[in-house]
Design a protein around this ligand. Structure first.
Ligand SMILES: Nc1nc2c(ncn2[C@@H]2O[C@H](COP(=O)(O)OP(=O)(O)OP(=O)(O)O)[C@@H](O)[C@H]2O)c(=O)[nH]1
Ligand SMILES: [K+]
Ligand SMILES: [Mg+2]
Length: 441
C-alpha cells in the first residue's frame, strides 16, 4: 500500500490562507484524528478546528473530503484551508507526521494522479507549465494542453496507426496469391498521409517549446551604440552598466520581459569590434555565440554616425533581425527606414523616443512568427523526439517488400507516440518529468 502523503500546496511563507493536501488511504483517519469529529460530506467545505494528539490547538480552518476515486490523485484526498503562517505549518506538519503520514516529494500528487489514470503525461506537464507561466501566451498554451488538445492529437495519430495495422494484419492472413492488391495500396496511402501530418507538426519552428521557454532576443552592435541603455529602457531598470567608455559590457546580461504577452529573454552583449584584450575578445565571442542562438536579433547602430554604418554590425543582419538606429536625438542626417533589406526604427534610449514603436515592432514580429494556430503544438523537446521517432519508423513502412517488417514499423511508431502521453513509459522518464514539479503539485 502506498504511503499517505501530505504537503503545503500553496506557497510557503506568510499568507492569509494556506492550502494543504493529503492523499492516500490514511487521509480519512488523519482528518478524524485532527478534528475528533465524523468525516464531513464529500466535496463540501466544513469548518474544522484542528488539534494535535496532546490536545494542543493547531488552527481553526476549513476541511474538504474527497473520497477515492473522485479526487485529483484518484486516492482518498483531504484538503485543509488553514491560516498561512510558520507556526501553523510546523504544528500541522508535526501532527501529520505523528499520525504516520509523510511529506510528499515534488510532483508526487500529479504522479499518483497519472499512475491512477486520472491524467496523462501531457496533462501533468501542462500543470507544471501553468504553475510556471509568466505571461498570458504561456498561460494560454498551458491551459490548452491541460484541456487535452495535445493528448487528443496524439491519440488520433495512434488510432490511425492501429487501423492501418489492423488492415495489414488482415492482409497477412491472406495467402500470398489471394492478397487483394487494393489492401496494400490502401495501407500505403494511409501511412503516407499520416507521415505527412506528423511532418507538418514537426515543421512548426519549435513554436510551442519557444513559447514555453521564452523567446531569445539579442542586442548586437558596435561599442557605445547604446545596447545597454536600450536594455535598461526596455527592462525599466538599471540591469546593465552604461558608460561613455567603449567596451563596457563584456558578459551577456539577460532580463526577462513580457512583451504583449510573449515571454522574452532579452540579452545585452559586448560591443562588436576588434577586441583590445583577452576579456573583451571573450565578450565578443559570447556576443556572437548568443547571436547564433537568438530567435530575434536587434542590430543597434549609432544614428549620429549615419550614413556610415558599422560593418561588424551589418554582418549579423539576416531575416530574423530588426535594425535599431539609436541616439536619434543626436542624428543630423535623415535616417533610413531600411538597412540591409531589413526594417529600421529610429529611437533614443536617452529620451525614450521611438521606444513604443520598437516594442510594437518586436511584438508584431513575435506575433507573426510564433502565433499558435488552432492546431495543438508540441511544447517540449520530449514530445518532439517521440514524434520524430514515430515519423522515422513510419518512413520505413513498406508493405510491398515484407508485410511482417511493415507491421513492425507501425508498432514502433505507435510505441514512440505512446511515450508522449505516457501510455508507454519507463520509470526513468517519469522520474525526470515529475522531478521538475514543485512540492504539493
Ligand atoms: N544622446 C544619447 N546618448 C545615448 C543614447 N543611448 C546611449 N547613449 C550614451 O551612449 C553611451 C554608451 O551607451 P551604452 O549603453 O553603454 O552603449 P553600449 O552599446 O552598451 O556600449 P558597450 O557596452 O561598450 O558595447 C553612454 O554614454 C550613453 O549614455 C541615446 O539615445 N542618446
Ligand atoms: K559603453
Ligand atoms: Mg553595453
Amino acid at each position: 500500500m502506498a504511503d499517505t502523503i501530505y504537503a503545503l500546496a500553496s506557497g510557503t511563507g506568510r499568507a492569509g490562507i494556506a492550502v494543504w493536501r493529503l492523499s492516500g488511504q490514511g487521509s480519512a483517519d488523519a482528518l478524524l484524528a485532527l478534528t475528533g469529529r465524523p468525516l464531513p460530506p464529500p466535496r463540501r467545505a466544513v469548518r474544522a478546528v484542528l488539534t494535535d494528539r496532546d490536545g494542543e490547538p493547531i488552527d481553526d480552518g476549513l476541511a474538504l473530503w474527497f473520497p477515492a476515486p473522485a479526487s485529483f490523485t484518484g486516492e482518498d484526498v483531504v484538503e485543509l484551508h488553514l491560516h498561512g503562517g510558520r507556526a501553523v505549518a510546523q504544528g500541522l506538519g508535526r501532527a501529520l507526521s505523528g499520525l504516520g503520514l509523510r511529506p510528499a516529494e515534488p510532483g508526487e500528487f500529479s504522479r499518483r494522479a497519472f499512475a491512477n489514470g486520472k491524467i496523462d503525461l501531457t496533462h501533468a506537464e501542462a500543470i507544471a507549465d501553468l504553475v510556471a507561466a509568466e505571461t498570458a501566451a504561456q498561460r494560454r498554451q498551458a491551459l490548452r494542453q491541460m484541456d487535452g488538445a495535445l493528448a487528443a492529437l496524439i491519440e488520433e495519430w495512434r488510432r490511425r496507426l492501429v487501423s492501418i495495422l489492423a488492415r495489414l494484419e488482415a492482409a497477412i492472413d491472406f495467402a500470398e496469391e489471394d492478397l487483394p492488391p487494393s489492401l496494400i495500396t490502401l495501407t500505403q496511402t494511409e501511412a503516407a498521409a499520416l507521415a505527412a501530418d506528423l511532418a507538418a507538426h514537426l515543421a512548426d519552428d519549435r513554436r510551442g517549446e519557444i513559447l514555453r521557454d521564452g523567446l531569445h532576443i539579442t542586442l548586437l552592435g558596435a561599442p557605445n551604440a547604446g545596447k545597454s541603455s536600450l536594455l535598461n529602457r526596455l527592462a525599466g531598470r538599471e540591469a546593465a552598466i552604461v558608460s561613455a567608455e567603449a567596451g563596457t559590457t563584456r558578459d551577456v546580461i539577460e532580463v526577462h520581459l513580457d512583451l504583449g504577452g510573449w515571454p522574452a529573454i532579452l540579452a545585452d552583449t559586448a560591443g562588436l569590434r576588434e577586441a583590445e584584450g583577452q576579456i573583451e575578445a571573450e565578450g565578443v565571442r559570447r556576443a556572437l555565440a548568443r547571436a547564433g542562438m537568438a530567435d530575434l536579433k536587434l542590430a543597434v547602430f549609432d544614428a549620429a554616425l549615419v550614413p556610415v554604418l558599422d560593418e561588424a554590425t551589418r554582418e549579423v543582419i539576416d531575416d530574423s533581425t530588426l535594425v535599431v538606429l539609436n541616439k536619434r536625438d543626436l542624428a543630423a542626417a535623415p535616417l533610413p527606414d531600411r538597412v540591409a533589406g531589413r526594417p529600421a526604427v529610429a529611437v533614443s534610449a536617452k529620451t525614450g523616443d521611438g521606444l513604443d514603436q520598437l516594442v510594437g515592432w518586436i511584438e508584431g514580429e513575435l506575433q507573426q512568427r510564433f502565433a499558435v494556430g488552432s492546431a495543438p503544438v508540441l511544447t517540449r523537446a520530449r514530445h518532439r523526439a517521440a514524434a520524430e521517432a514515430a515519423f522515422v519508423a513510419l518512413s520505413g513502412f513498406d508493405p510491398s517488400v515484407d508485410l511482417g517488417l511493415a507491421a513492425e514499423s507501425l508498432r514502433a511508431a505507435a510505441t514512440a507516440l505512446g511515450r508522449i502521453t505516457g501510455r508507454v513509459e519507463t520509470d526513468e522518464v517519469l522520474g525526470a518529468i515529475f522531478a521538475e514539479f514543485c512540492i504539493g503539485k
